[in-house]
Write a protein that binds this ligand. Structure first.
Ligand code: F6P
Length: 321
């Protein structure tokens, strides 16, 4: 079947760079004589047929903007048979030949259902601040989120050193510790707690007390949300060390803001790769990168546990602390 018209949607947690990817897909698809229809509010908007034709100018002045002009949502309904039937009917009714889907883990799960069970031709662009998709070194939005958290922690360090305090800073990442590990390494955090490594509270508290005795009074402890809450961890450290602790939850701040140059460039690479796959009728794929090169993964394996070398990063943190 010749593809003439594609649907484009963003789904799940938004991330910086989604707009840059939308811009790329729209303009590169039009360049290749495809029509593009924007689907608003992710899979929910697909089910409810919230559609609008997109042209070259619809995506002007968005390359630098965080969030997504197509809006986004989480849509548990797509994991039900009824939701899938409605989505498939909407695709057929609106003459959409293939979909480009921009999002993270949950979004890939929905895409897999539509592709595997209902044979909908589609391609995903790996996009999430969590960087938890397999088959890509970096997901779209990750670099910006790391830099946003880093900027915040640098500021926290100013007050931590001035007031000689211990800070526990919680970062996002769902159940993946990569964001915390990279932010912790870049910010020179004294301790990083991630879900992939078992917490040894008594060791951490022992180190803090020993450091304190030697005159080291300020600490930055970065905790991945999947490893526990800053509040609980802070309280425990206070109880075990008898020292005062402050906690900060960076939360959704990490999801916003203008994308970094790296994320904009990644958006250009991944967006064109997604359209190229559609033009070649290679469906059911997720586009990402390995090093500087594109890497194409089956959606199913993109959802598997990410292959990553956390140990060597963690060792480095230990050596440099
Ligand atoms: O997947 C992106 C993410 O920001 C995670 O890091 C976080 O756990 C989750 O989404 C938060 O989801 P919500 O915005 O729905 O609260």
């Amino acid at each position: 079947m010749q593809i003439k018209r594609i649907g484009l949607l963003t789904s799940g947690g938004d991330c910086p760079g989604m707009n840059a990817a939308i811009r790329t897909v729209v303009r590169y698809a039009i360049h290749n004589k495809l029509e593009v229809v924007g689907i608003f509010r992710g899979y929910a908007g697909l089910i409810n047929e919230e559609l609008k034709e997109l042209n070259h100018r619809s995506v002007s002045n968005i390359i630098n903007r965080g969030g997504t002009i197509l809006k986004t949502a989480r849509c548990p309904e797509l994991l039900t048979e009824e939701g899938q039937i409605r989505a498939v009917q909407a695709i057929k009714k609106n003459n959409i030949d293939a979909l480009v889907i921009i999002g993270g883990n949950g979004t890939h799960r929905g895409a897999w259902e539509l592709f595997n069970k209902w044979k909908i031709p589609l391609v995903c662009i790996a996009s999430t601040i969590d960087n938890d998709l397999n088959g890509t070194d970096r997901t779209l939005g990750y670099d910006t989120a790391v830099n946003t958290a880093l900027e915040a922690i640098d500021k926290i360090r100013d007050t931590a050193t001035s007031m000689e305090r211990i800070f526990v800073v919680e970062v996002m990442g769902r159940d993946c510790g990569l964001l915390a590990l990279h932010v912790g390494l870049a910010s020179g955090a004294e301790e990083i707690l991630i879900p992939e490594k078992k917490l040894d509270f008594s060791k951490i508290c022992h180190d803090i007390v020993q450091g304190n005795l030697k005159g080291k009074i300020s600490w930055i402890i970065v905790v991945a949300e999947g490893a526990g809450s800053a509040k609980e961890i802070g309280t425990k450290i206070e109880e075990m060390t008898d020292l005062e602790v402050r906690t900060v939850v960076l939360g959704h701040v990490q999801r916003g803001g203008a994308p970094t140059a790296n994320d904009r460039i990644l958006a250009a690479k991944l967006g064109t790769a997604a359209v190229d796959l559609i033009l070649k009728s290679e469906f059911g794929k997720s586009v990402g990168v390995k090093g500087e090169n594109l890497n194409i993964t089956d959606i199913k394996s993109a959802m598997e546990k990410k292959e990553m070398d956390l140990d060597s990063l963690y060792r480095l943190v230990r050596i440099l602390t």
